[in-house]
Design a protein around this ligand. Sequence first.
Ligand code: G4P
Length: 530
Amino acid sequence: MSQITNEIKKRRTFAIISHPDAGKTTLTEKFLLYGGAINQAGSVKGKATAKHAVSDWMEIEKERGISVTSSVLQFNYDGYCINILDTPGHQDFSEDTYRTLMAADSAVMVIDASKGVEAQTRKLFKVCVMRHIPIFTFINKMDREARDTFELLDDIEKELGIATCPINWPIGCGKEFRGVFDREHQEIELFSDTQKGTKMGDVRKIALAAPEVDNLITEDQKAQLLDEIELLDGASAEFDLDMVSKGELSPVFFGSALTNFGVETFLQHFLAMTSSPLPRMSDQGSIDPMEEKDFSAFVFKIQANMNKAHRDRIAFMRICSGEFEAGMDVFHIQGGKKVRLSQPQQMMASERKMIDKAYAGDVIGIFDPGIFSIGDTLTTSANKFAYEGIPTFAPEHFARVRQVDTMKRKQFIKGINQIAQEGAIQIFQEYNTGMEEIIVGVVGVLQFDVLKYRLENEYNVEIKLENLPYEHIRWIENEEINLDKLVGTSDMKKIKDLKGRPLLLFVNSWSVRMTLERNEGLLLSEFGRS
Ligand code: G4P
């Protein structure tokens, strides 16, 4: 095996999805702890301080103490080279969060055991399903009072429509949480004290049938475990790696990221079950990193002004085949010319550093003089293929934008277009009028503030945003439909994107359904083509 293939095979690139507060940051940090990338837990967690040091690129971040953009963490564990793509949650939820999933080969879904499936998990899950990427579930916070385990599985199956297969099963919960039962090996795994999760701790594995088990867990816990396992064996789906890799079955694990219980067990199983970098579709068919020797990558995120002094942009790309070397010349398909990839950067644990080499599966940030767009392909292959575009995700908040000083029309148009090109916002126009009125759509409301702030600070244009009541946007798949004849609901609004393609805005999902019912043959989509 060549050295490059070896490097690629070691790679595991995944995103962690969850609703805010389910424990994504804590779990990520514990992965880093087990990977030896940090010595003591607690260093990533201080979100307001630690993250600042690395992504201190915009005043708004400082003001609010949050990170507006997502980053990538790389570390090694047990012979694997792991890339975790961070998907911002909280108020900074944006289209970038969705796009990050386009760069991942699998996803880890963290669920709070006391809450079950929550809103943001549901949204991100939809994108995973669209891509058919494997989803691994970690049911977290078992050290607190949890919902009934069967109910939690039921919730995932019903809410998300995916079959589940518990790989392990919790023994007790809350203060009585002792460990997990490994179904394949019929062993119980008990965890030692981890000093509130700051140290790794030991795992003790004992066969369930061994007599000493009776000294380690209470009689009630054992009886409950035996009952539940019996029920489970009769009720749950069989483990099937093929279904897992198609995203049809989610292996489920239980634990507590805070106390490290079940974290390493999860990591080990997950790494063994998930795959090395997957093939990606291009206009010349599927490109498999195990076969394609030449370098290729696609841009999935553009971040402006990371360095305030230079006002530059960084294009983040996912390498899909071959090896990257700093300063290499590659062909930029959409731009139609050769470019030199300079100043490559990568996030290692929580520091940004310059890199010399990277491989398929890795994500690198490249200095962008304003030539790249989201979805662009770069390659050294003579075949000059282009990867499939990244869809446009449905914004959920809309506002009409008005300039305060109408004399600054030119700067305004330039600014808003550039910011839209980076993918932080989407811009639309009224269906029947010209460019006079601009409607902005965002996935997370924080992007409105980012837009206002950046237009003022970078383009010297002051704007006013007037919120609109719409929450649902649909792209019209069959564009031959005559929009003038469309029978909509009273709250429906017709708009168009910058390419003139028609779209519909609705206040509620009921109106979307009614409009579909009233117009036979109408095809609406939640994802747009870029
Ligand atoms: P997020 O990135 O998904 O938003 O969640 P994060 O890891 O920041 O965790 C949210 C809160 O839940 C934190 O508490 C964290 O300590 C706690 N937490 C995470 N995993 C577990 C777990 O397994 N068990 C328990 N009991 N709690 C857990 P916080 O009070 O908001 O922050 P902090 O004061 O602990 O820093």
